[in-house]
Unconditional design. Structure first.
Length: 368
């Protein structure tokens, strides 16, 4: 990771390796300042000849540019993925990468564990694809070429885990044990509106229009990642289509009205679920698990409420286009790729309809 935070001082600095020597910058007040100076250092003559640039050096330039285009969460994931390779071959010159060195990096990836569990093959393939993007960047920017990663096959992905969701009957069973109006409103909003957890956390009272009965999703909040100031992180929705205004079912509107503060200044800027600060995601997880246990239901993830919403809509004859718009997918193809199995019953109905009309036609043909 090119930019680090000095937790003791509360400052930021960049660090990278040049010809086997580790270089550390002075301290900066903000992460943005550190990244700005890092970009200047990288693009200066400090590296000497670009022909001898290492993967770590190329990664520093690559990340500095990506940071301008990516959201903080996406950028952090990119940094983590590149670190898997930089830990092993970061000091290796791009054009001098050998098969043995690359194999060593793959073995390091295979041995890596997260929370005591090995990485999934699907994730390892993402790491390798990211490293290949770095190699392509090195060739495009500096004319540095290596084809070593292309000589290896991808890991075989695991079978996709079965999607988890709860039915309307199970959801009502859950609501019967929820004794807190805040969490009742949270579950109703997740189940019927199909929001992502970041979208739920990002709801402020200026997003709720009781007069027109609409809910506007215009930002996303994560409490897991912190901003440079140590606050929860506010960003734009995941995609352009994720920014949307939806009509509110009365069951959701009534639940939210029950949470509306009676006397409060700047109410519009307050978060619907939490007040001045959104409820931490870890707290939401714990309370969700508690209520599922009380209802004697197998727990699902908070994100699985979104899948439950999709299932509910599809079972009630919603078209792929409507489901796509309701969930804020970037296109209908994403909806179909994610939930095509839930439309199987609809496909079966089409087959029955074809059979009925075919028999009628066949009967007329036989008579004539």
């Amino acid at each position: 990771m090119p930019v680090y935070k000095d937790k003791r001082r509360g400052t930021f600095y960049y660090s990278f390796t040049v010809n086997g020597k580790r270089i550390r910058s002075k301290d900066f007040a903000t992460k943005q300042e550190a990244n700005k100076e890092l970009s200047k250092a990288i693009l200066s003559t400090e590296y000497g000849s670009t022909e001898k640039m290492t993967f770590s050096q190329v990664a520093s330039v690559f990340l500095a540019e990506k940071q301008k285009a990516l959201k903080p969460q996406s950028y952090d994931r990119l940094v983590v993925m590149l670190e898997h390779f930089n830990e092993v071959i970061g000091d290796v010159q791009v054009e001098k990468l050998t098969l043995k060195q690359y194999q060593k990096a793959l073995k390091h990836l295979d041995a890596y564990t997260f929370h005591g569990k090995p990485l999934k093959n699907s994730y390892k393939n993402k790491v390798i694809r990211t490293f290949k993007q770095l190699c392509a960047f090195a060739q495009r920017r500096y004319g540095l070429l290596t084809n070593i990663p292309d000589r290896f096959d991808a890991y075989k992905n695991e079978e996709k885990e079965e999607m988890k969701f709860i039915t309307l009957e199970q959801f009502n069973q859950l609501l019967e044990v929820v004794d807190d109006e805040i969490y009742r409103a949270i579950f109703l909003t997740l189940f019927y509106m199909g929001l992502r957890i970041g979208e739920l956390n990002g709801l402020q009272w200026n997003s709720v229009d009781f007069q027109n009965n609409t809910l506007t999703i215009c930002q996303t909040v994560t409490t897991k990642k912190k901003s440079d100031e140590g606050q929860f992180l506010i960003t734009t929705p995941k995609t352009k289509s994720s920014a949307r205004t939806l009509p509110m079912p009365s069951v959701v509107a009534n639940a939210l009205k029950g949470l509306l503060p009676k006397d409060s200044e700047n109410i519009a800027q307050m978060f619907v679920f939490g007040g001045l600060k959104p409820i931490p995601e870890t707290t939401l997880q714990k309370r969700k698990n508690f209520y599922f246990k009380e209802a004697n239901l197998e727990p699902i993830r908070l994100h699985d409420f979104r899948h439950s919403c999709a299932s509910f809509l599809i079972n009630n004859k919603a078209t792929p286009l409507l489901v796509s718009k309701w969930l804020g997918h970037s296109n209908v193809s994403m909806t179909l790729n994610t939930y095509s199995h839930l439309w199987k019953s609809e496909l079966d109905e089409i087959v029955k309809m074809i059979d009925v009309y075919a028999k009628r036609t066949q009967g007329k043909t036989d008579v004539s």
